[in-house]
Design a protein around this ligand. Structure first.
Ligand code: ADP
Ligand code: ASP
Ligand code: MG
Length: 443
């Protein structure tokens, strides 16, 4: 069994959806096909939810009308027979009926907002399944809400996902293509929830892990993981092979092509992940496996934005033990992950991604240390590759490339695969460009 996931742009136009059918049927293997919402839909649904939460009912209604019109013209081009056109109309009418019902009753709660954003994936998968049936394919729609589970901390419960999914697949043994929704799940209260933005990649990997699939393929609009952010840097190129560790670092530190947690379940069960381009299916893309034999020194760079740097100063750290434990217990208490850490004899600097509890954290830290002002809007630049500890020269090349750009923190040595730099967010683009020119060979 393989798991193939198609992102928003890959399903965003009727002709794209049609080409997905060609792709998934051209290869004879049995597959779970995970779909995102059509591109733009999740953003549109979030905007509708925000208008409803702000009591701007007229605005929300107008946006629903516009979105409905988009789906109406989409299905006109997607289906060829009258029966399936009618089926398509029924699908969008019933889902938009639900969207309108959510909009109709005040107050607009967080729970309703989650049900509203889930409609994007529910619409795309229902429409695609109906299209596959129209074309005579052996297909079934398996609702993600029946098996995708997260715990109270929002973390997926792989064991229950595995159990539920395997049970649901038993009666579908004769089906060649199993279509399901990316992104959406249920929380421990049984409510509709999601795996956060870009979460369809994570769905594919969780299913791949749960079923110990042969391979997970993430189909998107680019020919694999590039060596740098192609939205920022001019000259980027695809990286053909990555190890799980390298890909996980890049995803976590901002390579938007993968949801930050995608690699975890695949790595846990040893399932290879292949990144492929829907617009150019014959391009090799990127293969991510346990053991990347490719020992290229510098493979890729990614950047994570909107990071906050926190500076903690204490003479109690001098020659003392136990101080760092107290510091990290405070972050643990507020469930706030720390990304980068640097220390001197009397100071610790850390970065966090989620500033929700920053005030409370600072207040607690002030009881054990002296706090300097935080730096908000920082960017972590993460350089990934094979940096063997006894091989000289890598740090100088990085610092040489960065010579015109102020660096706030450097983290080197924790792993042989990652060197991270912290820069002010306003310098991020310049840093990515400078490192690209300085570290890669463009002969
Ligand atoms: P999908 O809708 O298929 O999930 P995304 O927009 O989430 O697609 O991810 C693909 C996009 O990620 C690319 O179009 C590209 O602009 C962006 N991206 C950012 N960093 C990288 C990188 N290092 N390699 C490839 N793509 C990247
Ligand atoms: N539709 C969701 C989003 O836009 C999930 C995804 O596309 O991966 O975030
Ligand atoms: Mg994505």
């Amino acid at each position: 069994m393989q798991i193939w996931k198609f992102g928003g742009t890959s399903v965003g136009k009727p002709e794209r959806m049609k080409s997905i059918r060609e792709l998934v049927t051209a290869d004879s293997g049995r597959k779970v096909v995970v779909l995102s919402a059509l591109s733009g839909t999740t953003n549109a649904l979030i905007a509708i939810g925000e208008a409803l939460a702000a009591n701007k009912i007229g605005d929300a209604e107008q946006q629903i009308v516009t979105l409905y019109a988009h789906y109406e013209s989409f299905i006109k081009e997607l289906y060829t027979t009258e029966a399936s056109s009618e089926e398509g109309k029924k699908i969008i009418d019933s889902e938009f009926g639900f969207i309108r019902s959510l909009a109709g009753i005040a107050p607009f709660t967080q729970k309703k907002q989650k049900e509203l954003v889930a409609e994007g994936e529910i619409l795309s998968t229902r429409m695609f399944t109906a299209y596959m049936k129209e074309q005579g394919e052996s297909v079934v729609l398996l609702p993600a809400l029946d098996y995708m589970r997260i715990d109270a901390d929002g973390e997926p419960e792989l064991a229950s996902i595995e159990k539920l999914m395997k049970k649901l697949l038993v009666p579908q043994a004769d089906k060649q293509i199993i279509v399901t929704q990316g992104f959406i799940c249920r929380n421990p209260r049984g409510e509709v929830d999601n795996l956060k933005r870009g979460g369809s990649d994570y769905t594919a990997s969780l299913i791949g892990g749960a079923l110990t699939a042969e391979e997970i393929q993430i189909w998107t609009d680019i020919d694999g993981m590039h060596n740098n952010d192609p939205r920022v840097v001019k000259r980027t190129f695809p990286v053909r092979e990555l190890s799980f560790e390298e890909a996980a670092e890049l995803a976590y530190f901002g390579a938007k092509i993968l949801h930050p947690s995608t690699i975890t379940p695949a790595k846990m069960r040893g399932v290879p992940v292949r990144l492929k381009n829907t617009m150019d299916p014959s391009a090799p893309g990127t293969l991510i496996t346990a053991d990347s034999s490719n020992q290229t020194e510098i493979k890729a760079i990614a950047a994570k934005d909107n990071v906050t740097a926190i500076y903690i100063h204490s003479t109690r750290m001098l020659n003392a033990y136990g101080f760092l434990r107290k510091v990290f217990e405070i972050f643990e208490e507020f469930k706030t992950p720390v990304d980068m850490i640097t220390t001197s004899e009397v100071s610790v600097a850390v970065t966090i991604d989620n500033p929700e509890n920053l005030e409370k954290i600072t207040e607690k830290l002030s009881q054990i240390a002296q706090m300097e002002d935080h730096d908000r809007n920082q960017s972590i630049i993460c350089i990934v590759g094979n940096f063997l500890a006894d091989k000289p020269g890598i740090a100088i090349r990085i610092l040489e490339a960065m010579k015109g750009i102020p660096i706030r923190m450097i983290s080197y040595g924790a792993s042989e695969h990652n060197i991270s730099l912290l820069v002010d967010g306003t310098n991020k683009n310049a840093a990515l460009e400078a490192l690209n020119e300085g570290l890669f060979n463009f002969e």
